[in-house]
Write a protein that binds this ligand. Structure first.
Ligand SMILES: O=C(CO)[C@H](O)[C@H](O)COP(=O)(O)O
Length: 231
């Protein structure tokens, strides 16, 4: 088997730790991205080798394809509206468990699945931990509402950049048929407040600030650390 580089090993370790929480009978949200993919592959192997009895709800077309490849039985949210656990990655995390997600343009479904789960577990490598969230915030936007959304984001102090496709002319189109913009606000002092303000913009389908993580597993090359929400 190919040896993993430092950050890949860190991602894998975090995903392995999260998968320890998955037990027989659970309905599991399957996140999107390279870190969540380690969890999907691991759960698939447990289904195959140990007869782990779970159903999965994928957060994107990519996760669905991977879960099918690895033999995880899938259900829709209509069939299982309440999930036991969701395991997903993130692009940046602060010490208060606020996240920026959407690097893979899947944050709308990721938020629906995270909010449908009793336990939302985030898996990252250590490079993703920051004192303040500062990456541009991905937003999914109805193409019809683009100009309005750009103006409203500017009123909040942000600058929108359309996310362009690679291997395709024009913008990236999400799994829901919408455009994706990345909004630079600089360092974000209050993610919860910005989250509320973005959610109030008409035509902005969903944004990538998440404030509902329960556990974050932070993978390092040689260990995993965790942050847990105080209840
Ligand atoms: O939010 C996401 C996709 O929309 C991903 O979870 C996020 O981009 C992290 O991906 P990776 O684990 O590949 O760094």
């Amino acid at each position: 088997m190919k040896e993993l580089s430092g950050s890949e090993l860190a991602k894998k370790r975090a995903a392995e730790k999260a998968c320890e929480l998955v037990k027989d009978g659970m309905a599991v949200g399957l996140g999107t991205g390279s870190t969540a993919a380690y969890a999907i592959r691991l759960l698939g192997r447990r289904v195959r080798d140990e007869g782990l009895d779970i159903v999965g709800v994928p957060t994107s077309y990519a996760s669905e394809e991977l879960a099918i490849e690895y033999g995880i039985p899938l259900v829709s949210l209509a069939e299982r509206p309440e999930l036991d656990i969701d395991i997903d990655g993130a692009d940046q995390v602060d010490a208060s468990l606020n996240l920026i997600k959407g690097g893979g343009a899947a944050h709308t479904r990721e938020k629906v699945v995270a909010c449908s789960s009793r336990l939302f577990v985030v898996v990252i490598d250590d490079k993703k931990m920051k004192d303040l969230l500062s990456r541009p915030v991905p937003i999914e936007v109805l193409p019809y509402a683009r100009r309005l959304v750009e103006r409203k984001v500017a009123e909040l102090g942000g600058r929108c950049m359309m996310r362009m496709g690679t291997g395709k002319d024009g913008p990236i189109i999400s799994d829901n048929g919408n455009i994706i913009m990345d909004c630079d606000f600089g360092p974000i002092e209050s993610p919860a407040l910005l989250s509320q303000k973005l959610s109030a913009i008409p035509g902005l389908v969903e944004h990538g600030i998440f404030t509902n993580a329960d556990i974050v597993y932070i993978g390092y090359e040689d260990r995993v650390e965790s942050l847990e929400r105080k209840r």
